[in-house]
Design a protein around this ligand. Structure first.
Ligand code: BG6
Length: 804
């Protein structure tokens, strides 16, 4: 009885106590459940990227996570002295801003907290790393916390990666139960080999799951929306997202800034390593990959992405155009202390034509383009659909939302440009897209604004409700362990496998000079046909000199002469190939007219690639339906191996023409799961096939090449077989890998009605000179044994070989 009044009297205090205990308890519960202390270590904290984006991203993380159970500390580190570093960081922290919807008071409060939780320290030696680790442990212990994990953000040049990684691994890993995440900024190597090397090196310090490789374009809101957009609009897109409907895809990132101040970086990577290999390739994959059933499964997305990588057609020299803004050379000389005679070949502009050889995209051009010192800053992906309608009404009666004769396109507008921000645009005649309404809103009309040839009102246009910076988004994903916005090692290496051959082939290419900005005029416009891309206009110097001053290919006559007593045709490479392709077509037409079929035996290697492409693209009257294709030689690798000659034929010719499959005769190098085993009798089987199908085993035309050692087909100097005798097909050994080969023999080659030997490039100068003088010595130079019994031999040599 007494207790009640007592209780009643103290009810207020009791309630307060209860609330306080509950709060504390709740705090403890949270602390046990999800919290713990998170240390973020920003390496390179005083650098450009950190000052511009990363500190703001970390602040954003704090704004989102403060009060949700974790405690934080942000350690900015660099090699700079403590005093200097502290000054820089203090300035950066002062400039941080809150999102527009944060109340000013709240912003000031959180900013002050963040400043308090941030520090600068110099991190240089392994001892410094150890000291940092001890400090974190001491703080955690002192404050009665548990350590949740450590994030190391590498905002440092890649040459410093290995050393830092070693120090973290040896002295700064968190204790058991806490996680480690290391965030790495591109560039990850400058070609496939260096990327592989870096991957191996980092792999010796960190697990793959601990590494977050950043491509900040994957954090851009519009880029991150590509897969969800495809997913949420499956119904409308299913029928449209393919080669039957897509005319072409443009993936573009134009910049007005140049590379001043960054030339030491730029000299090593150029625009291809800086932008195309990473940002634009990632976007390409998001557009081109097959859509997984579950787009939020990172494994499924990666798997589909890799499949798309493997379907990319290899790039060749002719797949790209490159340029360099005029001031670049001077900037390099100044910044890197190079002499006046120094000429950089680094491209600051590139346009690349990509093809994807799969059923969805075959034949659709994907144009990737990026450059510095251009006329505007803008980034976008534009999917332009084919115009497949005829409109019966006159154009003046076309209604934008209904007429199917207006351009139809979907644009993922990454940012900047006329629109000034990110947006997704869909032509109204296509469909009304569905986007998550919580995060995307319809763009308000901007009168007079035209995009891609149409007024904005022609599109359904959506922009993010709240614009967010890519780095803030990615930092939040790192914290929440969302790995799907980062680049896996497999993904990275696949991209380098694709780009490295092009970089190699451009290594000695002189980029076209351009003045920069609006003055570039049409100088960088390019056009494409087949797999080939070229500038639409002659270069500036020639424009200045006058259009007639440069020699035109037509100024050079195809030269006819004799070589080893046989006709020689010599020309510039393109003309030579055109001539040879024309001669082969003429032979085919003649053979089909007389005998109903044409037996053509083709060599592998790199020289015939251009010929195959020419035949595939430009010879519409070629009687493919009556042509039998044979291999002159083959490497002893499975036919699907990229090294096999058959693959070259398949990629550059067969898949583009209509040869009945029963007319294609690959060499049987792979029988009973073995490669070129004598006892499998592959050579005999091919010889039988030839005897059965080719009258007198006389091919209508055999195309050969000539190696720098004088080999032809796969008949190498000192070959013990294939130079004479009865065998039509032999197994041989090559001095270079893969060593085992299968080859037509000289006797069967010499039975052909016509033999064409194609020789191209400077590398062949010496051997061409030598072979022009030697007699019939096939043991030393197998090519000298090519002399058709009653057929005709013609040599096709480009000027590089012949005039050298
Ligand atoms: C970086 C490149 O990755 O991307 C820079 O190294 C380029 O050369 C930058 O300027 C462009 O990014 P954003 O976000 O400004 O489009």
């Amino acid at each position: 009885m007494l207790a009640e009044p007592h209780f009643t009297r103290h009810a207020g205090a009791w309630n307060m106590l209860t609330a306080a205990v509950c709060m504390a308890l709740l705090g403890c519960l949270q602390a046990q459940e999800l919290q713990g202390h998170v240390s973020v270590i920003l390496l390179g904290a005083t650098g450009d990227l950190a000052r511009k984006y990363l500190w703001q991203g970390l602040f954003q993380l704090y704004l989102e996570e403060a009060g949700k159970g974790h405690s934080f500390r942000f350690h900015g580190t660099a090699l700079t002295s403590t005093k200097q570093g502290q000054e820089v960081i203090a300035k950066v922290l002062e400039s941080l801003s809150c999102p527009r919807d944060t109340a000013p008071g709240r912003c000031t409060e959180l900013k002050a907290q963040f400043q308090q939780l941030s520090e600068y320290r110099r991190l240089k030696t392994p001892e410094d790393y150890l000291a940092l680790s001890k400090d974190i442990e001491a703080r955690v212990q002192h404050e009665g916390l548990q350590e949740a994990g450590r994030i190391f953000y590498f905002s440092v040049p890649p040459f410093a990666y290995a050393e830092i990684a070693r120090s973290i691994n040896s002295s700064c890993r968190p204790g058991p139960g806490a996680w480690l995440r290391v965030v790495l900024e591109k560039p990850f190597g400058h070609d496939h080999r260096s990327a592989q090397q870096l991957a191996t090196e980092l792999g010796s310090f960190f697990q793959e799951e601990e590494m977050y490789r950043v491509d900040h374009y994957l954090g851009k809101q519009v880029v991150a929306q590509i897969l969800p957009f495809r997913d949420q609009n499956r119904k409308a897109l299913d029928g449209l997202w393919n080669r039957h409907h897509v005319e072409r895809v443009e993936i573009i990132m134009k910049e007005t800034v140049d590379a001043e101040g960054r030339t030491s970086f730029y000299e090593e990577y150029g625009v291809i390593g800086d932008v195309l290999q990473n940002h634009l390739t990632e976007i390409l994959m998001l557009v081109a990959m097959e859509l997984p059933v579950n787009v939020s499964s990172s494994e499924a997305v990666l798997g589909h992405k890799l499949q798309a990588f493997w379907a990319l057609r290899g790039l060749q020299r002719g797949s790209a155009v490159v340029g360099q803004y005029q001031a670049y050379r001077g900037q390099v000389r100044r910044e890197l202390q190079k002499p006046d005679s120094f000429h950089s070949l680094t491209p600051t502009f590139a346009g690349v034509l990509v093809h994807i050889d799969n059923l969805r995209w075959e034949g659709v051009p994907f144009i990737l383009m990026s450059g510095k010192a251009l006329d505007e800053r803008v980034g976008y992906v534009r999917i332009l659909f084919k115009d497949q309608a005829y409109c019966a009404q006159s154009e003046k009666r076309w209604v934008p939302a209904q007429s199917h004769c207006l351009p139809q396109q979907i644009i993922f507008y990454i940012g900047h440009g006329e629109l000034g921000g990110p947006a997704v645009l869909v032509s109204r005649t296509l469909f009304r897209p569905s986007l998550p309404s919580a995060s995307w809103k319809e763009v308000e009309g901007q009168p007079g604004l035209r995009l891609f040839g149409r007024p904005l009102s022609d599109y359904y246009a959506y922009s993010p409700v709240r614009e967010q910076d890519a780095y803030s988004i990615l930092i939040s994903h790192i914290f929440h362990r969302r790995k799907d916005s980062f680049i896996t090692m497999e993904n990275l290496l696949a991209s380098w496998v694709f780009w490295t051959p092009l970089l190699d082939s451009l290594a000695h290419e002189v980029p076209r000079l351009y003045p920069g900005g609006a003055e570039n005029g049409h100088l960088l416009d390019f056009e494409f046909s087949g797999s080939h891309l070229s500038f639409a206009q002659p270069p500036l110097e020639q424009l200045v000199l006058g259009p007639d001053s440069a020699p035109m290919p037509s100024d050079f006559q195809v030269l006819r002469a004799r070589y080893r007593d046989s006709p020689l045709i010599s020309a510039w490479p393109e003309e030579l190939i055109a001539r040879l392709a024309g001669d082969i077509e003429a032979a085919a037409v003649q053979a089909v007219r007389r005998f109903g079929k044409f037996h053509l035996a083709l060599s592998g290697g790199s020289s015939p690639v251009a010929l195959f492409q020419q035949l595939a693209m430009g010879h519409y009257s070629f009687p493919w339906a009556h042509t039998h294709l044979w291999l002159v030689d083959e490497r002893c690798v499975p036919l699907w191996d990229p090294e096999s000659n058959f693959q070259g034929l398949q990629a550059h010719l067969l898949q583009h023409v209509r040869v009945p499959y029963y007319n294609v005769h690959p060499m049987p190098v792979h029988r009973r799961q073995r490669l070129c085993a004598e006892e499998d009798q592959g050579a005999q089987a091919y010889a039988e096939e030839i005897s059965t199908l080719v009258t007198n085993s006389s091919f209508d035309l055999v195309l050969l090449g000539m190696g720098t050692d004088g080999h032809t087909a796969s008949l190498f100097p000192q070959s013990p077989v294939g130079l004479n005798g009865k065998q039509l097909v032999v197994l041989t050994t090559s001095p270079s890998s893969p060593h085992r080969r299968m080859s037509l023999s000289l006797p069967v080659i010499n039975r052909a009605h016509k033999v064409a030997v194609l020789v191209m490039g400077r590398m062949k100068r010496e051997i061409a000179m030598l072979v022009s003088r030697v007699g019939h010595e096939p043991r030393k130079w197998p090519i000298s044994g090519v002399l058709p019994d009653s057929g005709q031999l013609v040599w096709y040599m480009d000027y590089d070989v012949f005039l050298g």
